[in-house]
Design a protein around this ligand. Structure first.
Ligand code: KIV
Ligand code: ZN
Length: 501
């Protein structure tokens, strides 16, 4: 059985998704989750991008012991030096050097001819090799590169010391049969290819990233680059959960390969990435979408009740989807709550459990049935990595079709209660304006979404928003049965994040 190496680039290509910025604490939290789920390689960032990015990759390299920690670099000395600085403390460091090889990139972006590109590829692979034995090289836009030139570059970088050669479909242009043939052709035409692992890196511009990656595996690729929830540049990267579950589900087709991903962590990690990036997972997204395991039609429900495999090709629990079964209510004790949270993968400290328990009791007073998703939402809401500067004491709103909406908000700041009143376009807007008056921070709301966490009139409403203030952009979430309260809490969470950066 061959192992398919899972190279996760959520923290690098994933974070390049427009608007998906993560702070160093959030990146570290995701890196821990990826390591726990069995990812082989974490591409932690592009260290030359900024001092903050370098330090964040360095922090991950020092803290995460299991997976290889990789830093990305262009074929430029300063980039490789920065990547080296960032990952040198990792137990297993890797530098990933890339240089475009397609005619279109060489002519318009790099303004260099083939011989110059070949020379630079070799020179900087050798330069990176001085630091570490584990070097990956990517001929960027490989799928649109002239075949003969691609073979030449791949052979040369392997001779120069690359141990992994990655074949990116940078613009998501290729289609499965074509990409599979390309991988096969590389195996057949690059004389020293057995000295390196062939990796694939697919973008989803035509919705084919996962299909292309799977076809590449069938043709000999043994490393797959992917992201949680498929986030990434433009239409995103190949989704890790879809690749892993395709291999796991179709043992008949992928009988000779497997990954070491603990699939029952998939749902939890997907939610974490969604929460921290502010990228909501579409309900119909394969594997991790809210509807992925819901059967609505009577015929389907009947079939599933008689025999699950009639309409279910994956057991929800295999990806850690705990469904929306009724778990707890008003009379459930603290012990039952702690046990359920443990089952959901949350090991809380006593202090954290006290906070969650209080929110749980308050919710149980308003809502008869509490679902797993309600609990997850409360935990994600309450267990913040950052110390809140601003705390909500309370608010009152007044709105309707015949009056101008107004709000009065009270916040705690350094043990002092501060309050302000404001009017607005609606009660939420009035609250936000009152908060701005109290904090003196002028926030620019760039995105605001509201979603019901579970079904029913008393469902929790989860607000996710993106806020720009003090030159920083953050995403934050909060939930409550009252959507004005979720909005206010999410806004305050965002302000606290901004204060912590
Ligand atoms: O899409 C791409 O080509 C990349 C490279 C840096 C590997 O992300
Ligand atoms: Zn990419």
């Amino acid at each position: 059985m061959d192992k398919i190496i899972i190279f996760d680039t959520t923290l690098r290509d994933g974070e390049q998704a427009p608007g998906a910025s993560l702070n160093p604490k959030e990146k570290l939290e995701i890196a821990h989750a990826l390591s726990d789920m069995g990812v082989d390689i974490i591409e932690a960032g592009f260290p030359i991008a900024s001092k903050g990015e370098l330090l964040s990759v360095q922090q991950i390299a020092k803290a995460i012991k299991g997976p290889v920690i990789c830093g990305l670099a262009r074929a430029i000395k300063a980039d490789i030096d920065a990547a080296h600085e960032a990952v040198k403390h990792a137990k297993h460091p890797r530098i990933h050097v890339f240089l475009a090889t397609s005619k279109i990139h060489m002519q318009y972006k790099l303004k260099k001819a083939e011989d110059e590109i070949l020379r630079l590829a070799v020179e900087f692979t050798k330069y990176a090799k001085r630091f570490f034995p584990d070097i990956e090289f990517s001929p960027e836009d490989a799928s649109r590169t002239e075949r003969e030139f691609l073979f030449q570059v791949v052979e040369a970088v392997i001779d120069a010391g690359a141990t992994t050669v990655n074949i990116p479909d940078t613009v998501g242009y290729t289609e499965p049969a074509e990409y599979g043939c390309l991988i096969k052709a590389i195996k057949e035409n690059v004389p020293n290819i057995d000295k390196a692992i062939i990796s694939v890196h697919c973008h989803n511009d035509l919705g084919l990233a996962v299909a292309n990656s799977l076809e590449a595996i069938k043709n000999g690729a043994r490393q797959v680059e992917c992201t949680i929830n498929g986030i990434g540049e433009r239409a995103g990267n190949a989704s890790m959960e879809e690749i892993v579950m395709s291999i796991r589900t179709r043992r008949d087709i992928f009988s000779d390969v497997d990954t070491q991903i603990k699939t029952n962590s998939i749902y939890k990690v997907s939610r974490l990435v969604s929460k921290l990036t502010g990228f909501v997972v579409a309900p119909n997204k394969a594997i991790v979408g809210g509807n992925a395991f819901r059967h609505e039609s009577g015929i389907h429900q009947d079939g599933v009740l008689k025999e699950r495999s009639t309409y279910e090709i994956i057991k929800p629990e295999d990806v850690g989807f705990t469904g929306t079964g009724i778990v707890l209510g008003k009379h459930s004790g603290r012990h039952a709550l702690a046990e359920r949270l443990k089952d959901l993968g949350f090991n809380l400290t006593t202090e954290q459990l006290n906070t969650v328990s209080e929110r749980f009791k308050a919710l149980a007073d308003k809502k008869k049935t509490i679902f797993d998703d309600d609990l997850i939402s409360i935990v994600e809401d309450e267990i913040k990595q950052i110390k809140p500067v601003w705390k909500l004491e309370g608010f009152v709103t007044n709105s309707g079709t015949k009056i101008t909406p107004t709000a009065e908000v009270e916040l705690k700041y350094k043990n002092k209660s501060l309050s302000a009143k404001s009017s607005g376009d609606g009660p939420v807007d009035a609250c936000f304006k009152a908060i701005d008056k109290i904090t003196g921070i002028k926030g620019e709301l760039q995105d605001y979404r509201i979603e019901a966490v579970t079904k029913g009139k008393d469902a929790l409403g989860e607000v996710s928003l993106k806020l720009k203030a003090k030159g920083k952009i953050v995403t934050a979430r909060a939930s409550s049965t009252d959507i004005i309260e979720s909005s206010v809490r999410a806004y305050i969470n965002a302000l606290n994040k901004i204060e912590s950066l």
